[in-house]
Each structure stands twice: as C-alpha cells, then as structure tokens.
Design a binder for this molecule. Structure first.
Ligand code: IYR
Length: 223
C-alpha cells in the first residue's frame, strides 16, 4: 500500500463575489452557444489544438484517480473512411431493423439517418475508450473504478474545451461500436468504446435542429 502524500493546494483562485458572478454567467453564455453539429467542413484544424483539448479532458476527476480513458485520434483519410463504412453498416441495421419505434420517434426531431458523411469529412475523429482495467509495467491488471462515470466527465470537458477553442463537435454513438477496437487496434477485453467525437469547423451553411433546452426550473430543485 502506498502511503498518502499531501501538498498545498496548487493553482486555486478565489474571485471577489461580483467577479465570480460575472465568470459564472460568462461561462454559461459561452456554453449555451454550443450546438451539436452534423454539417462539418473539411477545413483542417491544427493537431496542437486537439492536443490541448485532450490535455484539458485528461484533467477530469476519476475513480481512485486511475484515469480510465484512452483517446484514439484519427486524422488519416483512409482510417476515417473505414470508420465511416463500418458505422454506416451498423446504423443501417439500427434504423431499418434494430431500433424500436419509440426510439425512432425520439430521434425524429434530429433528422438523423444512416448516412454519416461527416465521419470522412471532418478533420478529426476522437474515439473515446473506457478502460475496465489498466496494466502495470510488469503486465499485471489494475482494476478501474467508475470507468463510465469518469470517462463521461472527461468527455464533457473535452467537448467544452473544443467548443471554447471555436470548434464544433458531434457526439456520435454508432451502435454497437466494437468495430472501433478492431479498426483502431485497441484491446478488446480491457477497453470499451464510449463514443466517437467528431470535431472540426462547421460547414458555412450548417444547420441544426430547431430544438431547445429545458429551463432550470425543470432540471433543478433546491431541496
Ligand atoms: N446512433 C444513431 C442514432 C442516434 C441515437 C441517439 I440516442 C441520438 O441522440 C442520435 C442518433 C445515429 O448516430 O444516427
């Protein structure tokens, strides 16, 4: 067992109350402009930006700080094409046979279907994997705790970071997505694909569904 070791809290900043209010409001204002986009431009985005956004994602809290995530980043056109073809095959089955009517009804306002051209067009695909266990240097397994919750938080930070950098994202979940382990060479037993994040500039004439968010009163209670 490792003894705990403590250091003084590094980097914390407190703000005067009015500045705190301003910052909270400004962050909400920023985030409320984030929309999930499906019309991506093929304009390139520097890899350095993606790296910094991934650094931000990897600051997420995680179960026992075991950081149970892996981000497989794809910019190569051939790999993007393979992912598109595999995803569209699964999605065709989903839309034609697998999805119950209730699910299709819920998706109707989004106007989605089995065609996923953005998987080839957008400059970057980030496949987020959740690790059930990690490996020590000597190959022994280390069990991870709350991997789904941890990876969900990291993915939220990644989406926020990409948005703050001025990029659009799409959280894409072809189902099932085991083909991502195959194509991206990730271990099948240890890692589960969590989602495929598409990132890039929106197309000039990009449109989004005319849908809104629930008001605070519907999603919050102060008990
Ligand atoms: N994976 C399919 C279907 C889909 C499911 C949900 I839940 C969405 O919010 C959006 C789409 C697709 O990507 O089209």
């Amino acid at each position: 067992m490792t003894e705990p070791s403590f250091i003084p809290l590094p980097g914390y900043r407190e703000y005067p109350e009015d500045e705190m209010k301003r910052r909270a409001r400004a962050f909400h204002e920023e985030m409320s402009r984030r929309r999930t986009v499906r019309d991506f431009s093929s304009r390139p985005v520097p890899r350095a930006v993606i790296d910094d956004c991934l650094r931000a994602a990897a600051t997420a809290p995680s179960g026992a700080n075991l950081q149970p995530w892996h981000f497989a980043v794809v910019g190569d056109p051939e790999t993007k094409r393979r992912i598109r073809l595999a995803a569209e095959e699964e999605e065709r089955e989903f839309y034609r046979h697998r999805a119950p009517q209730e699910w299709l009804d819920a998706l109707a306002p989004l106007g989605t279907d089995e065609r996923k051209p953005f998987l080839e067009r957008a400059p970057w695909l980030i496949a987020v994997f959740s690790q059930r266990y990690g490996r020590l240097a000597d190959g022994r397994r280390v069990k991870h705790y709350y991997p789904m919750e941890s990876v969900g938080i990291a993915t939220g930070l990644l989406i926020a970071a990409l948005h703050m950098a001025g990029l659009a994202t799409l959280t894409h979940t072809p189902s099932p997505m085991k083909f991502l382990n195959e194509i991206l060479g990730r271990p099948k037993a240890a890692e589960r694909p969590f989602l495929l994040l598409v990132a890039g500039y929106p197309e000039d004439n990009a449109t989004v569904p005319d849908i809104g968010r629930k008001p605070l009163s519907e999603v919050v209670t102060y008990v």
